[in-house]
Ligand binder design. Structure first.
Ligand code: IPE
Ligand code: IPE
Ligand code: MG
Length: 242
């Protein structure tokens, strides 16, 4: 086992999936699953703080989630507004810095203002950075970074992976060490495509509203058991002739 794999992940990314199925199992409208999902998130944020995780990025609404029925989409928007007014002060007191990543153009002024307030009021916090990916897509991120780099006048010969990374939505954060997807699906669904090049993946059948400390610990334990090689080899080769 290597040093890197024994350490606590600095950055965890989570696809919080399975809210709809959680509600369906209880004969409830999907909205109740999303509502319960917000409570699960608040608990997981605290659990991450307790475990010294520095960055938590959660997929809350994808670029493709607009395809859902309009009442579900508007229900989700309303839920986010309610969550900001209910939990913002608590998150602030917990030392959480909130950052929203995604295309803000398409959301309402009201939601945009709530995001701005959440970011501004927590910007001096440093215990944990919570990135909420909302109207976010991995392809959108790569495209917006490319456009921004072109606008900034970066010449082709100076364009490198590191340079383009500077324009990505989460350029301030290290790439995720651990990616968790709940809800049983084994796919990325256009989450952080650029940043997960060497991330360790853990897929769980647990539905997001039921995800808590025990499931987080089991994902971290799986991560710690991995041997991260980043394309290299860990064994020190025996010297020739030794
Ligand atoms: C994830 O739960 C939350 C969002 C996409 C907003 P889902 O709503 O996708 O739940 P399932 O996958 O239908 O159970
Ligand atoms: C991914 O879940 C997006 C979020 C959790 C916000 P989806 O439920 O939208 O993904 P698919 O449709 O199953 O791929
Ligand atoms: Mg889903």
């Amino acid at each position: 086992m290597t040093f890197e794999s024994k350490a606590v992940p600095r950055h965890i990314a989570i696809v919080m999936d399975g809210n709809g199925r959680w509600a369906k199992k209880r004969f409830l409208p999907r909205f109740f699953g999303h509502k319960q999902g917000v409570d699960a998130l608040v608990k997981v944020v605290q659990a991450c703080i307790d475990r010294d995780i520095e960055y938590l990025t959660v997929f809350a609404f994808s670029s493709e989630n607009w395809k859902r029925p309009s009442d579900e989409v508007s229900g989700l928007m309303g839920l986010v507004l309610a969550a900001v007014s209910r939990y913002l002060a608590r998150m602030g007191a917990m030392g959480v810095r909130i950052r929203i990543v995604g295309d803000r153009e398409a959301v309402s002024d009201k939601l945009r203002n709530a995001w701005n307030e959440a970011e501004a009021s927590t910007r001096h916090n440093s215990k944990l950075t919570l990135n909420v990916a909302f109207n976010y897509g991995g392809r959108w991120d790569i495209l917006q970074a490319t456009k921004a780099a072109i606008k900034a006048g970066v010449p082709a010969e100076e364009m490198t992976e590191a340079k383009l990374s500077e324009f990505m939505a989460m350029s301030y954060a290290p790439d995720p060490d651990l990616f968790i997807r709940t809800g049983g699906e084994v796919r990325i669904s256009n989450f952080m495509l650029w940043q997960v090049a060497y991330t360790e993946f853990v897929f769980s059948d647990c539905l997001w509203p039921e995800f808590g400390e025990a499931q987080l610990d089991s994902a971290i334990a799986a991560f710690r058991a991995r041997d991260r090689r980043f394309g290299g080899v860990k064994e020190v080769p025996a010297a020739v002739g030794a």
